[in-house]
Every structure is written in structure tokens, then in C-alpha cells.
Design a protein around this ligand. Structure first.
Ligand code: FES
Length: 161
């Protein structure tokens, strides 16, 4: 079973496997199903949300409401590497804005966006809990601290295959 609703062929077979155990008792199933589906697809395509709504007998609008409420869910594809650039107070006073600008300029996309090749997604956060290393960014699980704009190209390039 597949769907071309978002312009991209999405294989819905894994989704049907995810849904199978919940069909008899859909109560409380929505969040775990969404989490599992996002693990499989990397994000939550519209076609996937429509199938989830129909199989769990929940209005599509309600499913969209849950997805847009929780920051953990994503409606668009995300990059292989997630860059989180701190814009909290400690980092702000130590030049976080220049770090964000250097990352955006190097990758050619803005905060909140993903590079067209799906290599990087840029996000901003309020504090990464490493204020002593300000300004800080995390790439995946790695913390990069005491950054200067000149550090950015080398760090980003080290994540390329
Ligand atoms: S303010 Fe940036 S790590 Fe805390």
C-alpha cells in the first residue's frame, strides 16, 4: 500500500504494522503511534497522518492538533544532523547571534529550515545547559562550545560523510 498525496511515494506498509496492535483498542494509541511512525519515516507526512486518523477512527483535525501541539513531532522532513544553536542569555552576550548567522550563511538556509540535501536542520533553543561554554551549539548529541564564527565551517564539514 502506498500513497502519492504529498508528491512523494510513501510506503505505508510499515505504518499498517505499527497500527495493527492498536486497532482493537485505539484509546490512548495516538501519541505512541505518532512517535513510532516518526521514528520510521523521520517525520510525519500528511498521508501518514490521514491513515492514522482513519485507522484509529479519530478526526484528521484532531491528529493535526496533537502533532502541532507537541514540539517533538515534525510535519516536514528533517536533516540527518540536527544543529541546535543556543540563543539563551549567557550565549547571547557571548555572540550567539554571530554563531547562528555563520551557520545559516555556511549552509544557505535559515533557522528552522533543513538543507535541500537533508544533511542539516538548524534549530534555535533557549538554553542547552552548558552556559559555562557559551556560546554553544549541539550537533546531534555533541556539544560544541566557546565558539567563534570562524570555527563553524570546519565543524559543519566534519559531519559530512
Ligand atoms: S544560555 Fe546557552 S547554554 Fe545556557
Amino acid at each position: 500500500m502506498s500513497c502519492n498525496c504529498t508528491g512523494k511515494n510513501i510506503d505505508l506498509a510499515p505504518l499498517m504494522d505499527i497500527l495493527t496492535p492498536y486497532k482493537q483498542n485505539p484509546k490512548g494509541a495516538l501519541i505512541p503511534v505518532l512517535q513510532h511512525a516518526q521514528d520510521v519515516y523521520g517525520y510525519l507526512p500528511q498521508a501518514v497522518l490521514e491513515v492514522i486518523a482513519s485507522e484509529l477512527n479519530i478526526p484528521v483535525a484532531e491528529v493535526f492538533g496533537v502533532v502541532t501541539f507537541y514540539a517533538q513531532f515534525h510535519l516536514t522532513p528533517r536533516g540527518k544532523n540536527i544543529i541546535r544553536i543556543c540563543q539563551g542569555t549567557a550565549c547571547h552576550v557571548r555572540g550567539a547571534k554571530t554563531i547562528l548567522e555563520a551557520v545559516c550563511s555556511h549552509l544557505g538556509v535559515k533557522a528552522g529550515e533543513t538543507t535541500p540535501d537533508l544533511t542539516f536542520t538548524i534549530e534555535t533553543v533557549a538554553c542547552l545547559g552548558a552556559c559555562g561554554l557559551a556560546p554553544v551549539m549541539m550537533i546531534n548529541e555533541n556539544t560544541h562550545g566557546r565558539l567563534t564564527p570562524a570555527d563553524i565551517p570546519g565543524i559543519l564539514d566534519s559531519y559530512l560523510d
